[in-house]
Design a protein around this ligand. Structure first.
Ligand code: ATP
Length: 228
């Protein structure tokens, strides 16, 4: 396949997540969106403290390390540890505002799976996100695009079908995109791991090595069991 054309004005993508652990569903989705949207680069940003859900089982350092080895060697993929460095509850609006300061003229594209988009209106200061970035929603098995309610209204108001608009404007659009459907989740992976299963071929081999060597999921599971 040909390389993504270098364009100094092309949008910057942002793919945030707990990545507990990162899996091929994340990686393939990021890769396909990067190419389809002709992103200049894609920042992978592991959440530091996800205020809205249980704390991750793997430490921030290990999640960062798994992401580092997972994306190593892929041109345009950038590991961005700003949410872990920032401390406190990680809010996407803060992360995007920092990136907006760093890249005042560039379009910014926040990438989300359909499941994350389904909860978008519960995010901290979610309306402000559109002043800073576009939102690009990837299909995910088991999740449908909303056909009623505030998210459907958002799609009607801000939805754009063409990639050119994401390049022309710096923020404010919603773009929904099909990607190869991969029914893999970190939740299922953690369940597999704590029950002694092997994640081979669901995560890149170097990620699997970290999981196996650190025993991070088995140990975290033991800790939660002894606390009960
Ligand atoms: P968990 O099961 O712990 O919630 P997850 O597999 O959904 O984890 P996250 O780290 O929470 O992964 O997700 C980060 C982002 O990646 C979210 O926007 C999510 O929608 C998206 N995503 C995760 N897995 C997939 C997948 N298989 N296909 C498309 N998007 C995905």
């Amino acid at each position: 396949m040909s390389a993504v054309p270098a364009d100094k004005d092309a949008p910057i993508g942002i793919f945030g997540g707990t990545f507990d652990p990162v899996h091929v569903g994340h990686l393939r989705t990021g890769y396909e969106l990067m190419r389809a949207l002709r992103l200049a680069e894609l920042h992978w940003i592991p959440v530091g403290n996800p205020g809205h859900r249980d704390p991750p089982l793997a430490s921030a350092e290990l999640r960062l390390e798994m992401l580092r080895v997972a994306i190593a060697g892929q041109p345009g993929f950038v590991l961005d540890d700003r949410e872990i460095r920032r401390g406190g509850v990680s809010y996407t609006i803060d992360t995007l505002s920092e990136l907006r300061e760093a890249y005042p003229q560039r379009p910014l594209c926040l990438l989300l799976g359909m499941d994350a988009f389904a909860g978008f209106t519960s995010w901290h200061r979610w309306q402000e996100i559109f002043a800073v970035a576009h939102v690009v929603v990837a299909h995910r098995p088991g999740w449908q695009a909303p056909i009623s309610g505030p998210l459907a209204a958002l799609l009607a108001e801000r939805g754009v079908a063409d990639v050119a608009t994401l390049h022309e404007r710096r923020a404010g659009c919603v773009h929904v995109r099909k990607v190869t459907p991969l029914e893999i989740s970190s939740t299922d992976l953690r369940e597999l791991l704590v029950s002694g299963g092997d994640p081979r071929f669901l995560v890149p081999e170097p990620v699997r090595s970290i999981i196996v060597e650190s025993e991070c999921y088995a140990l975290a599971h033991e800790r939660t069991q002894t606390r009960r």
